[in-house]
Design a protein around this ligand. Structure first.
Ligand code: DGJ
Length: 735
């Protein structure tokens, strides 16, 4: 008898029975779990060799039970015949959703199907494993290998793919994602970030609705100016600091990225992330390999704080250059002098560096170019010879002078850029990114050099190499990048669709060369503020500049958000004259990271100077806890009148707690105790207020000891109020 049900219901019955069928034939399925200490990503090969994600969440104690997961879902119809949860969604065959990969074959055909061929797991070391899975198209000689690098202790996974083919001509990659996650939950809440110059890392949280939400950038360089690639997705309900399941994601690519978050008809969430394919259809020759950058993620069922500590730990252990090493405190001259300086002025600043008590003097923009002197941001970029008027004896005499003063010397460069008013532009107009037939358009009066061109790569490498060759004692580089790409065009490339990708590959090649020759010299990643930070760049850079906005009130918020994704050791925080707060407040905020100053030391009052000198000594004593400790966000400035952040060392024997008044309304302050976290409940602690302004006394009774239990259950009141707007507490285990 023929079924009287409409076709759509017949399909659902079929899917339901298929689910049961899958369950009963599990023995035939290949199940591939990627387990870390708390989580599991579980992939499964179906009978027709589609590779799908059957689970991403908290690890089960019995791994054999992963296979039973698909059968316990009773969702709507999957019209794609099992492709809906694809681990790397191809397009043009059965897929109906956003693809991870989309290609045009050598014969012009747009269809792709990817079936499981084999997989292997390599144990890199006790903590790290690498899973690779080979997928092939049954019709075309086209292959994708998916890589999953898992960091067991840190609960972090990096995913990327390698694409190649042996077709009889070139294949065009229309889309080529790094990763394709598939999550199941009742609801999904996305936290994304937007910003602009001096307004970096503004969070927005929304419930994801059906359809696609795309986070992306098309700016090329300074790519994060309006949006970084970092994001969070909370499952079931918005995660808080200590509760809820939350996934953090980030694309390891310092240029155009794209993250698609698609809620499908089954109410499941597909996250597809990688290089932005905007203007970047990639022509892949036979046998050539296209390796995507990695997509990085971590997952926690214990809230945002736990997720951030995992990521911070991973970053210090595995990614940030010299992540477990030392950093230099510094005095920068950017806001103290801007472009207006000479040797005599710098000599004074070098003396001030020593007087202040920091490790290094950092000479900023304005030290170079002669035909078109760099006396403002309108000229000179690209001409990296010392300006003879300002520095008649060159950088080397400054380095010597610094050494004589007992401090180190660092220097600013912006090597990817050029001012049209420069000798470099006159000599090499073909090295400049610009459309041959269109009017030039600038940001900060400058243009990019075409890093896809090996000659330009040599030039940029040489800028750094020359500085170090001539000045072996040079201790630090601040690498700036102030423009975005307008009029994308390379005179060097034959295929303009490769421009954005080849630019970034070119930059990474230069950075590789720099690091091969100068492996650990600290370099700060700056981009007109926080326009460029990600975990690909952090392979080469020891630290980044979160924002030009150094108003400490703003910084509390900016640093708070960055800290979800990056550890304190990589956040360069400078004390400047921005904002209305006293020097104590400004310094205390900058201490929650890598401390620097950008002030005129000679303008400080005697007491202000004394305060800074004492604070630097405190910082030196506590910096290892701030840089390497676990960070706990105790009181959120967006929700409270007081912001509070705690860093606890690994042994739980020492901690530093920073507290700030962020609401100036009458009577506001720390009315209630603030609960500490991460301490040892059984240990006893003494609490001492540090960073006191000269001649002031703490209002706290420092004679008492408290158990970790008390501090974490009842809390402690730092007594923040309008007379004590910034309070720093040193917490030490009492013997
Ligand atoms: C932008 C940076 O963010 C500043 O810190 C400073 O280095 C200027 N560029 C120099 O031009």
């Amino acid at each position: 008898m023929k079924s009287k049900l409409p076709i759509i219901y017949r399909i659902s019955f079929c899917v339901l029975s298929l689910a049961a069928c899958t369950y009963s034939t599990v023995a035939q399925n290949i199940t591939i779990p990627v387990e870390t200490s708390n989580n599991a990503l579980v992939l499964q090969v179906s009978k027709n060799k589609d590779l799908g994600t059957i689970y991403l969440g908290k690890k089960l104690s019995a791994a054999a039970e992963y296979e039973q997961i698909p059968a316990v879902y009773r969702q709507a119809s999957d019209y794609t015949g099992g492709l809906i949860n694809s681990a790397y969604t191809p397009s043009g065959s059965r897929n109906l959703f956003e693809p991870a990969i989309s290609v045009t074959h050598a014969d012009g055909n747009n269809s792709l199907d990817l079936r499981y061929v084999s997989h292997k797991v390599t144990k890199v070391d006790a903590d790290v494993s690498l899973l690779s899975i080979v997928l092939k198209d049954p019709v075309y000689d086209f292959e994708v290998t998916l890589y999953y690098k898992s960091y067991y202790k840190e609960d972090v996974v990096e995913q990327w793919s390698v694409i190649k083919h042996k077709e009889k001509g070139n294949v065009t990659l229309q889309k080529f994602a790094s990763a394709n996650l598939y999550l199941k939950s009742d609801s999904y809440y996305l936290t994304q970030y937007h910003g602009d110059w001096a307004k970096e890392m503004q969070p927005e949280e929304t419930r994801l609705t059906h359809g696609i939400k795309t986070l992306d950038t098309k700016l090329g360089t300074r790519a994060n100016l309006f949006a970084p690639s970092v994001f969070m997705v909370s499952l079931d309900k918005p995660a808080t600091e200590d509760e809820g399941t939350v996934l953090y994601g980030s694309v390891e690519w310092s240029s155009n990225f794209r993250v698609d978050l698609e809620l499908d008809n089954l109410d499941n969430l597909r996250i597809i992330a990688g290089i932005n394919n905007y203007a970047s259809a990639y022509t892949l020759k036979p046998n050539e390999e296209f390796t995507t950058p990695a997509f990085l993620y971590t997952l926690s069922d214990k809230g945002k704080g736990d997720a951030s500590r995992k990521l911070q730990r991973w970053a210090r252990n595995y990614r940030i250059l010299d992540g477990k090493g030392n950093r230099l405190t510094l005095l920068n001259n950017w806001e103290a002098t801007y472009f207006d300086f000479d040797e005599a002025k710098l000599a004074e600043l070098l003396k001030d560096t020593k007087k202040l008590g920091v490790d290094m003097f950092l000479l900023d923009d304005g030290w170079f170019a002669n035909k078109y002197p760099r006396n403002g941001d309108v000229a000179g970029l690209g001409d990296w010879e010392e300006n003879k008027k300002k520095l008649p004896n060159g950088v080397s005499s400054l380095v010597k002078e610094a050494t004589a003063n007992g401090v180190k010397f660092g220097i600013w460069i912006e090597p990817e850029m050029v001012n049209p008013k420069s000798e470099l532009y006159e000599k090499h107009p073909d090295w400049v990114v610009k459309q041959p037939k269109r009017e030039e358009h600038y940001l900060r009066n400058q243009l990019e050099l075409d890093l896809s061109n090996p000659a330009v790569q040599d030039f940029v490498f040489k800028i750094v190499d020359d500085l170090f060759t001539k000045n072996p004692e040079l201790a630090y580089i601040k690498w700036d990048c102030n423009a975005v790409v307008f009029n994308a065009y390379s005179a060097h490339l034959k295929n303009q669709n490769h421009f954005y990708i080849e630019y970034m590959r070119g930059l990474y090649k230069v950075l590789e060369r720099i690091r091969a020759k100068y492996p650990t010299v600290p370099m700060m990643l700056c981009s007109g503020g926080g326009g460029r930070v990600d975990y690909a760049a952090h392979k080469y850079f020891t630290e980044f500049w979160p924002s030009d906005n150094t108003d400490p009130m703003e910084r509390i918020f900016i640093q708070w958000e960055y800290s979800y994704f990056y550890p304190a050791i990589s956040s360069s925080n400078h004390v400047t004259d921005w904002g209305k707060q006293p020097i104590k407040f400004r310094t205390d905020v900058a201490m929650m990271g890598k401390l620097g100053f950008d002030i005129v030391v000679s303008h400080l009052s005697g007491k202000d100077l004394q305060y800074c000198q004492d604070a630097i000594k405190n910082y030196n004593a506590l910096k290892s806890t701030i840089w390497q400790g676990d960070q706990y966000r105790l009181a959120d400035p967006r929700k409270n009148s007081v912001a509070s952040v705690l860093y606890v060392n690994e042994a739980k024997s020492g901690a530093v707690m920073f507290n700030y008044l962020v609401n100036n309304r009458y009577g506001e302050g720390s009315k209630l105790p603030i609960r500490l976290k991460g301490l040892d409940a059984a240990k006893k602690y003494k609490i001492k207020e540090i960073n006191l302004y000269p001649d002031s006394r703490s209002s706290l009774d420092e004679s008492k000891t408290y158990t970790g239990d008390f501090l974490m259950t009842v809390g402690y009141n730092p007594d923040v109020n309008s007379g004590r707007t910034s309070v720093v507490l040193q917490i030490d285990a009492a013997n």
